[in-house]
Design a protein around this ligand. Structure first.
Ligand code: NAD
Length: 417
């Protein structure tokens, strides 16, 4: 990567460095946080259906476990590389500490194009990866979960492989599992729900009545569609939604369940009756109270940030706002619920899944949702207080909350002297 400011690992290091300086902490805190405590690169040999052997490269980063075992997803993607995995593990450290989960950050991945694999090949790759890292993961060491191009089925194969190696069922090894083998109620909807919980809390703190707001949502997948549905359930007027084919707009408000039903048939929201077509670029610039980017990274840039008219941007996607755009939004008074909080509902319910596995006592969906709301609101409150105390954007405030907690844990554990 030629421009070092675009390297996600360097960006994550810079965020930690700034937080340690702002908090006036011992520089040793940054020396420990600037890289993962452990980083593994493993060979993942697997046999294709035609009998030939290929060796893939896999990674697992365990950034910091001062607060508890490391936790973070597994990504199967052709562009996975060491720096990306390290950066994602560092962001997980921030998310977990901000949400006050008893975890540090981890992340893993395999450099592979899943679209070129058959179902059986995908299963063999998943099992081989677990064999390669089995010694360094575990319910009290490092707990993986799904991420880009991995899903509950892959988690099921992985927990099965680990259980075979151990000779005992170890459902707490991994989260995001199918319900029948210890998955949690509410896990699939958790990220979208958490996003709405956090954003409605901020709206409240800004003196806005969430039930009277207008909302636009970019991306109508797992995160965006649940956020749209839940925002509408809470009384907000969802005026626009989009997917990669384009968007739809109705200033009087969309019937979100009807849009969902339409999308299931038509595979896109585009063409939904009772709405006019709109591009993804236009959607971002609509005169709404709340904008949820819930699709891809780098959607709000220095180019379009001056034209964003929402009062609150609630980041569902990871990294939808570039650092330059972040500064522009801050200068224009647009509040951003940063991704480390906005999409932390997923890891929070992953934590609940792990608690249920460890205790063998399973909760109802209502119980999961009630606790999720409590965790999101508490994290929002802590972040908002840091924002007011230091006069920094919410994203920086999120790092301050997280780094303060991790530094305290490292200090009492005696890591800093
Ligand atoms: P998804 O694949 O279910 O949905 C993605 C949506 O974005 C789809 O509607 C797709 O059509 C749309 N999209 C794709 N390209 C687009 C484009 N160029 N313009 C507009 N829309 C486009 O994915 P998801 O699980 O909803 O994840 C969305 C984002 O949230 C990602 O950044 C992901 O990393 C992040 N995230 C998801 C979770 C989770 O639990 N699912 C947790 C944390 C973060």
């Amino acid at each position: 990567m030629s421009d070092p400011s675009l390297n996600p690992y360097h960006r994550a290091q810079e965020s930690f460095r700034r937080a340690v300086n702002t908090l006036g902490l011992d520089p040793a805190v940054y020396e420990i946080l600037k890289q993962p405590l452990r980083f593994y690169e493993v060979a993942v040999p697997f046999v294709h259906d035609d009998g030939h052997l290929e060796v893939l490269v896999g990674y697992r980063a365990q950034h910091n476990d001062a607060l508890g075992p490391t936790k973070g997803g597994l990504r199967f993607h052709p562009q996975v590389d060491a720096d990306e995995v390290k950066a994602l593990a560092m962001w997980m450290t921030v998310k977990c500490a901000l949400l006050n989960l008893p975890y540090g950050g981890g992340k893993g991945g395999i450099r592979v194009d899943v679209e070129k694999l058959s179902e059986r090949e995908l299963e063999r790759v998943s099992r081989e990866y677990i064999r390669a890292i089995a010694l360094v993961i575990g319910p009290d060491k490092d707990i993986p979960a799904p991420d880009v191009s991995t899903n509950p089925q892959i988690m099921a194969w992985m927990v099965d492989e680990y259980s075979r190696i151990r000779g005992e069922n170890t459902f707490g090894l991994i989260t995001g599992k199918p319900l029948v083998i210890g998955g949690s109620e509410g896990r699939v909807e958790a990220t979208g729900r958490g996003l709405v919980f956090a954003t409605s809390q901020l709206a409240h703190e800004l003196g806005m009545d969430f039930a009277k707001t207008t909302v636009a949502v970019q991306g109508f997948g797992n995160v965006g569609s649940v956020a749209a549905l839940f925002a509408a359930e809470m009384g907000a007027r969802v005026v626009a939604v989009s997917d990669k084919e384009g968007g739809i707009y109705n200033p009087r408000g969309l019937d979100v369940p009807a849009v969902l039903a339409y999308k299931q048939k038509a595979r896109s929201v585009v063409g939904f009756p009772d709405a006019e077509p709109i591009t993804n670029a236009e959607l971002l610039e609509l005169p709404v109270d709340i904008l949820f980017p819930a699709a891809l990274e780098n959607q709000i840039t220095a180019d379009n940030a001056p034209r964003i008219r929402a009062r609150i941007v609630g980041e569902g996607a990871n990294g939808p706002t570039t650092p330059e755009a972040d500064r522009i939004l801050f200068d224009h008074g647009v509040m951003v619920v940063p991704d480390v909080l906005g999409n932390a509902g997923g890891v929070t319910v992953s934590y609940f899944e792990w608690v249920q596995n460890q205790t063998r006592f399973y909760w109802t969906e209502a119980e999961v949702n009630r606790r999720l709301e409590e965790y999101m609101r508490r994290a929002m409150g802590a972040m908002h207080r840091m924002h007011e105390r230091y006069g920094v954007p919410l994203r920086e405030a999120a790092y301050l909350v997280a780094v303060e907690r991790i530094a305290e844990a490292m200090a009492v554990r005696g890591w800093l002297k």
